[in-house]
Every structure is written in structure tokens, then in C-alpha cells.
Ligand binder design. Structure first.
Ligand SMILES: [Zn+2]
Length: 142
């Protein structure tokens, strides 16, 4: 889209994986959205960690999520600071994943003014140093 061509790319903050979220980052490196699910109450856990915020269970199983979701809330940032400044305008959004969790993220590869609540999006994986982070883009034809 022509309107995004005028702006710089969004900065991609480099994650610092630890033992709690290592399976998540191993997944994103392969273009897969890996999430933990509590084996006791089946809650899908976000942010990824080996601990269930619902029942305090510490036994989780990792599975590959669909990468699909819908926009629950969004805002367009027109004035940003520091390294984010050249990227404005850009979209910050909560995406509700098919599996349940709401993820704070950016919606990319789209004209920011066209992004709407309820819009269907899918995960895309963006290089951040030696890792890849997850952002979302509208489903084609959605
Ligand atoms: Zn649980």
C-alpha cells in the first residue's frame, strides 16, 4: 500500500529468551506460533511461561497455535518517540487469538487507517536480531 511506503519499518525489539519462554522463541524462529496450555485446566497461557495464571498449575504442554485471530482493540500511533518515530503512523493492537489469549502486538503490512476492530489477522514473523518476533497482518481478502 502506498501510504505505508512513506514510513520507515517498525523497530523490532530483540527478545531475551529464558527457560520459561524458550519453546516460544524456538517456534517463532521456524515461523510457528508455539503456546503453552495448562494440563490441569486447559487454559492457553499468554505471555508464554511454564505457569498457569488461572489455577497456578505448573505443568504445561506446548502446542502449535493456528496463528489466526481477530483484532479486539486497536489504535493508530501518529507521533512516536526515539527509534519508533520514523515508523509512524503505525498500529498497536490487541489481537484475540483463536485459542483465546489477547496479545498486545503491531498490525503491519497494511494502511493503518484501514485496520478495524473485528478484522481477521494472521501471525507473521519478523527478524529481531538472531530471533523472530510475532506481529500480525490482515488475512488476504478479509
Ligand atoms: Zn491451569
Amino acid at each position: 500500500m502506498s501510504t505505508t511506503a512513506e514510513t520507515g519499518p517498525l523497530p523490532a525489539p530483540e527478545p531475551d529468551p529464558n527457560t520459561e519462554d524458550a519453546p516460544f522463541w524456538a517456534g517463532t524462529a521456524e515461523g510457528r506460533l508455539m503456546l503453552p496450555r495448562c494440563t490441569r485446566c486447559a487454559t492457553v497461557i499468554w505471555y508464554p511461561r511454564q505457569f498457569c495464571s488461572e489455577c497456578s498449575g505448573q505443568d504445561v504442554e506446548w502446542f502449535e497455535a493456528s496463528g489466526r485471530g481477530t483484532i479486539y482493540a486497536r489504535t493508530v500511533v501518529h507521533r512516536a518517540q526515539g527509534p519508533w518515530r520514523p515508523a509512524a503512523p503505525y498500529v498497536i493492537a490487541y489481537v484475540e487469538l483463536e485459542e483465546g489469549p489477547r496479545v498486545l502486538t503491531n498490525i503491519i503490512e497494511v494502511d493503518p487507517d484501514t485496520v478495524q476492530v473485528g478484522q481477521e489477522v494472521r501471525a507473521v514473523f519478523v527478524a529481531a536480531g538472531p530471533h523472530k518476533i510475532v506481529r500480525f497482518t490482515p488475512e488476504a481478502g478479509a
